[in-house]
Design a protein around this ligand. Structure first.
Ligand code: TXE
Length: 492
């Protein structure tokens, strides 16, 4: 087993406590790598390195154009290493190699896009209402950014934070999930190769309470960018509040995929299947509720079951596999618990409904693609994030009811609408409380388009030009050009 080190101030170092933990391959349920178990002492060291790089190092002296060029170089290096990094991600988190490779091939775009934005961060000259005074603004970096990422798309979700944070001129301490740290540590080598000054990006691994908390509360961390579960997000927000630190939070959801009777049902069936069974349902944007217009409900369910039954499970490294294992043992147990809860609540299980014990699943943590009909909006399965291949189907009578049910959860990350009516498409996209609305498609994301949650799904936006604002602060500069001495006892 490879034994890894952490990246701090440009050096690869052992954890201060001298302890490592095993990273387990979800397909074999066997450990395959040893990850450093960081502690508060390591956090102090990593934040110290990032602080030094921010205030004293070469990073500050680079022009914005040179900073952008480094980001673009990094993008090239990722593209050249995509297959290797994707294989590592699949081995670490069990998601399909086909999916991870597509992500890795796309990740460079975040570094190209934000690299391009680096030298387009401009202030304003304000035609101020006071004669003899010149006023302008500067957009400045915040300082040391703590980036905390989850296990489901380890490098993609890190890129969403690192690319804008670095483009804006900040330095970063990145803590990947304890379940998927290996790709982050391998990725770390590319920063040095690209020519980033030492300490601009630091990577610290370990558990949420041992590393995440001291990182969030560290007095030299200026901002926290977090993706994870909403309960942890709430804790992170509370801890950051004590230090009056801004946060970006991306916290998952219970997204509704709404199918109207005028929809192209072939596309809609594929869209609903992709929304919940792709990535084994372990995505923040999972369309875990299918809201079906009553006139097409029965036919749609039959077609959906027919397609879902064909999903090939097995080794995520094989390109023919469509549904892989669940990433972590606790997550596997959580999904099975929710299936039990749904059955107890009276939902009707029409497909799956338990662990997958097919020979091709080996000893991995597999759950059968599961479909419940007869789900009532009040049931827990219709309100709580399962983060697995479990679909809840809820019928609706008309547009008002569809909107009401879709908006009835505490979340608001995404929604899908399937219709051929332009009126419905526009009306629904206005009335749905979600940061992303897809019409006649699902699971589309881009570096160019802002992404984030309404309500309990989060705060702030990642991707798109909006994202860079999350890593900047505005300074207003006033210069007296009148040459007069004003009355010191009144406001100028
Ligand atoms: O996530 P956590 P978990 C949801 C999903 C899943 C549930 C739990 O429903 O079932 O969250 O997953 C770090 N201070 N999502 O437990 O705890 C942790 O080490 C600071 C949705 O794996 O949120 C990891 O790096 N940091 C989500 C990161 O937070 C802490 C993706 C995320 O872990 C911390 C993943 C603490 N006190 C899970 N505790 C999405 N939005 O897509 C943990 N961490």
């Amino acid at each position: 087993m490879n034994k890894y080190q952490m990246l701090m101030g440009g050096a690869w170092v052992d954890p201060a406590g001298g302890a490592w933990f095993e990273s387990v391959n979800p397909f074999t349920a066997q450990p395959w790598a040893l990850v450093p178990r960081g502690t508060k002492e390591d956090v102090d060291r990593a934040v110290g390195a990032a602080k030094t790089a921010f205030y004293d190092g070469d990073w500050r002296k680079l022009t914005a154009t040179a900073r952008g060029a480094l980001l673009r170089k990094l993008g090239d290096l990722i593209a050249a290493d995509a297959d290797r990094l994707a294989t590592i991600e699949t081995t670490d988190n069990g998601k399909l190699f086909a999916e991870m490779r597509a992500q890795l091939n796309y990740i460079p775009q975040w570094f190209y896009y934000f690299g391009g934005l680096a030298d387009k961060i401009e202030g304003r000259v304000i035609p101020i209402d006071k004669p003899g005074v010149f006023n302008f603004t500067r957009e400045e970096p915040l300082g040391v950014i703590a980036a905390i990422t989850p296990w489901n798309s380890p490098l993609l979700l890190a890129a969403w934070k690192l690319a804008p944070a670095l483009a804006a001129g900040n330095t970063v301490v990145w803590k990947p999930s304890e379940y998927s740290s290996v790709s982050a540590l391998e990725f770390g080598a590319l920063f040095e190769k690209a020519g980033f000054p030492k300490g601009v990006v630091n990577i610290i691994t370990g558990y949420g309470n041992e590393v995440g908390e001291p990182l969030v509360t560290h007095r030299d961390v200026a901002k926290v960018a977090f993706t994870g579960g909403d309960r942890t997000g709430e804790q992170v927000y509370q801890m950051a509040a004590r230090g009056i630190k801004p946060v970006t939070l991306e916290l998952g959801g219970k997204s509704a995929n709404i199918v109207f009777d005028d929809a192209d049902l072939d596309s809609a069936v594929k869209g609903v299947v992709s929304g919940i069974f792709a990535a084994t349902g372990q995505t923040c944007i999972a369309g875990s509720r299918a809201l079906l217009h009553r006139p097409i409900h029965d036919e749609f369910v039959e077609r959906l079951l027919a397609l879902a039954k064909t999903a090939r499970m097995g080794n995520p490294l094989e390109l023919s596999t469509q549904v892989g294992p669940v990433t972590t043992r606790p997550q596997y147990e959580k999904i099975l618990d929710y299936i039990r809860i749904a059955k107890t609540e009276g939902a009707e299980c029409r497909l799956g409904g338990g662990p997958a014990e097919r020979p091709e699943c080996g000893s991995g943590w597999f759950v059968e693609p599961t479909v419940f009909t007869g789900v009532a909006p009040r049931m827990r399965i219709a309100n709580e994030e399962v983060f697995g291949p479990v679909l809840s189907i809820i019928p609706f009578e008309d547009e008002d009811e569809a909107v009401g049910v879709a908006n009835s959860t505490v979340y608001g990350l995404a929604a899908g609408v399937w219709t051929t009516s332009i009126r419905r498409a526009l009306m629904m996209s206005e009335r749905l409380e979600a940061g992303t609305v897809w019409v006649n498609t699902y699971r589309a994301v881009s570096y160019m388009s802002p992404f984030g949650g309404y309500k309990r799904s989060g705060i702030g936006r990642e991707s798109g030009s909006e994202a860079i604002r999350e890593y900047l602060q505005t300074k207003s500069v006033w210069i007296d050009i009148s040459g007069n001495s004003p009355n010191p006892f009144v406001l100028r």
